[in-house]
Ligand binder design. Structure first.
Ligand code: SF4
Length: 309
């Protein structure tokens, strides 16, 4: 599939699914036993990404920072001229100052910290890893001490944390994190599929807190605070803060995982996992909207969707 002219090519390299957290909602919770890619495989993929003129390579897991070759992979990618090398992380490793320094020195361009609670009680409950909140916060502080600027955030919205989103937003604001995504949990597979009722909130309820959280960023002047995987009927007036709209314009994204290769991540998500229904008929934002998770419609129905006038 060809990308549109102004789009940057972003290749997301999944290293495997091992992780030192065990998030309740993790989409990969049933894949932990799959083999991790080897160093050689990943190096080959980095060279292939360069050949495909990737502007951005994002190295993710599982938790890719726990690999022994993590910094090596980053430095190879930078050395062969990949402009931006990013990683999403649970942040634990950065609580160790020397490990944080080594990663910064390897040339990483940006880090996306996954923060799921405003305190240990909520974050550690969701990650099922005692101490993970304190480690993540210490990690942010260590990176700040090192003068590392590109710290971003993402938060998965589930029932146990949705009410605390404004508190989580205040924490992001405290650390001056200018680029944040609030991600409505994906129940297509994994933990949220297995424990749907316990974890997946109604969009009509969660969206109230998601909008409040984004407003906190807007009030701080942060234009890159966004929501992801939401139906637009709950985000009227927030069109500039919808990740998918932004993504469609700016990026052409491929996913290369150990168990699948997706050469147009955006289109496959629209076709396979997201859904619009008859209630969307005549909606003014029909084309811009991806609807809601198909699995959500299966379990909760579509009665909350309301065509935008
Ligand atoms: S009614 Fe349907 S198409 Fe319109 S915003 Fe809601 S989910 Fe999207």
């Amino acid at each position: 599939m060809k990308k549109n002219a102004p789009q940057k090519t972003k290749i997301v390299l999944f290293t495997g699914y091992s992780c030192n957290n065990n998030c309740r909602f993790c989409i990969n919770s049933n894949k932990r036993e799959l083999l991790e890619k080897t160093t050689d495989e990943l190096i080959k993929e980095i060279y292939l990404a360069k050949k495909k003129k990737a502007d951005i390579v994002e190295i993710i897991g599982g938790e890719s920072t726990i690999r022994h070759d993590y910094t090596h992979l980053i430095s190879v990618a930078k050395k062969i001229g990949i402009k931006e090398v990013l990683s999403a992380t649970n942040g634990k490793i950065f609580s160790d100052f020397s490990a944080a320094k080594k990663i910064v020195n390897s040339g990483i361009s940006g880090l996306i910290f996954s923060l799921h609670g405003h305190n240990s009680k909520t974050h550690d409950y969701l990650t099922r890893s005692k101490g993970s909140f304190n480690e993540l916060i210490k990690g942010i502080e260590n990176l700040k001490k090192l003068g590392f600027k590109s710290i971003n955030g993402n938060t998965t919205i589930v029932k146990p944390n949705m009410r605390f989103l404004p508190r989580i937003a205040e924490l992001y604001a405290k650390y001056k994190i200018r680029n944040v995504e609030y991600i409505f949990v994906d129940p297509t597979y994994g933990g949220a599929y297995d424990n749907f009722k316990e974890l997946v909130p109604k969009i009509s309820k969660a969206s109230v807190f998601m909008r409040k959280a984004v407003d906190i960023g807007i009030n701080c002047g942060y234009k890159q605070w966004k929501v992801r995987y939401v139906p637009l009927c709950y985000f009227n007036g927030y069109e500039r803060h919808i990740s998918e709209i932004n993504e469609r314009i700016l990026f052409f994204t491929e996913h290369w995982a150990p168990d699948f290769k997706n050469t147009n991540a955006l289109v496959s998500r629209q076709i396979i996992s997201r859904k619009k229904t008859a209630r969307c008929k005549g909606c003014a934002v029909y084309n811009a909207c991806e609807g809601i998770w198909a699995e959500y419609i299966k379990r909760y129905g579509d009665s909350e969707l309301k065509a935008v006038k």
